[in-house]
Design a protein around this ligand. Structure first.
Ligand SMILES: C[S@@+](CC[C@H](N)C(=O)[O-])C[C@H]1O[C@@H](n2cnc3c(N)ncnc32)[C@H](O)[C@@H]1O
Length: 265
């Protein structure tokens, strides 16, 4: 199925409110989440930031701020952007605790960034795009705030090309978090990045184990929806169980990809 373009998507500000409602009360859980605070993708991002040594870096959908904390030691300044004021307050507090004085926060939707063209020279965005109601508009905005030649890194959970596996992933993600929009396949990501004006320079897939209890607790999934996820996993076909390596307690493996890109025309 082709990815919808922005011209086919109606503005849905109420979805943004849903994101804020789901994430806002969970800010500390995202700051403290080990899944978010570490990982080979963050190590690779640190290496890139060190290499680029940006003057102004931007973190889109900053959540608990781990991308910002990773870039800050190598950047002149870092701007953490998120829809949720609570997330940004948690980042402000954590930045002070970590002694990172060059991180500032900005409440905004990635689909409407309040910055002039070419304002930044490095961009990173991790585990956020699958919540955006208009991913193409968000990627266009990401491109707009960078000059040609700037590096941008996008990291997210990816869906398998197989419709069977893809549908299972979208189903459990939506049951867990009603602000989930869509996990895209690598082919969809490549297509969307290209359309927005990013050329992929490298692509790093990795898998990450989600421990069921902390995965649902982090976003506060109501008990009946947790039960529904466990039921879906139990009734899933053998291919699904094998691909996601579903364990008896509901823990499973997610596919992630880190795209290293450069802004082109
Ligand atoms: C899973 S958290 C991000 C984790 C974080 N980037 C990290 O690496 O630890 C997803 C974040 O995306 C934010 N978000 C979702 N949709 C957004 C949008 N359209 N504009 C800005 N932020 C958004 C949410 O508020 C939430 O804080």
């Amino acid at each position: 199925m082709p990815t919808p373009t922005s011209s086919t998507i109606q503005p849905t500000p109420n979805h943004d409110r849903q994101v804020q409602a789901n994430f806002g009360p969970r800010a500390n859980a995202y700051v403290e989440s080990r899944v978010h605070a570490q990982g080979e993708d963050l190590n690779r991002l640190a290496g890139l930031a060190q290499h680029v040594s940006p003057r102004r870096a931007i973190d889109l959908g900053a959540g608990g701020g781990h991308v910002s904390y990773t870039m800050a030691p190598y950047a002149g300044a870092v701007t953490a952007v998120d829809l949720s004021a609570n997330m940004l307050a948690a980042i402000d507090e954590t930045s002070v605790a970590k002694g990172l004085a060059n991180i500032t926060t900005q409440q905004a939707s990635v689909e409407h960034l309040p910055f002039a063209d070419d304002s930044f020279d490095f961009l990173a965005c991790r585990y956020s795009a699958h919540h955006w109601h208009d991913v193409n508009a968000g990627l266009r905005e990401a491109r707009r705030v960078l000059p040609k030649g700037a590096k941008a890194v996008f990291i997210d959970v990816t869906a398998a090309a197989s419709p069977l596996l893809n549908t299972h992933l979208q189903a459990i993600e939506l049951l867990r978090d009603t602000s989930h929009v869509r996990n895209y396949t690598v082919a969809e990501w490549s297509d969307m990045l290209g359309r927005a004006g990013f050329a992929i320079e490298a692509l790093h897939p990795h898998r990450l184990r989600m421990e069921f209890k902390s995965w649902v607790a982090r976003i506060g999934t109501p008990e009946p929806l947790c039960t529904a996820i466990l039921m879906l996993q139990e009734k899933a076909s053998p291919e699904v169980k094998a691909h996601f390596a579903i364990e008896p307690d509901g823990s499973f493996m997610l596919d992630m990809v880190m795209f290293e890109t450069v802004a082109i025309d």
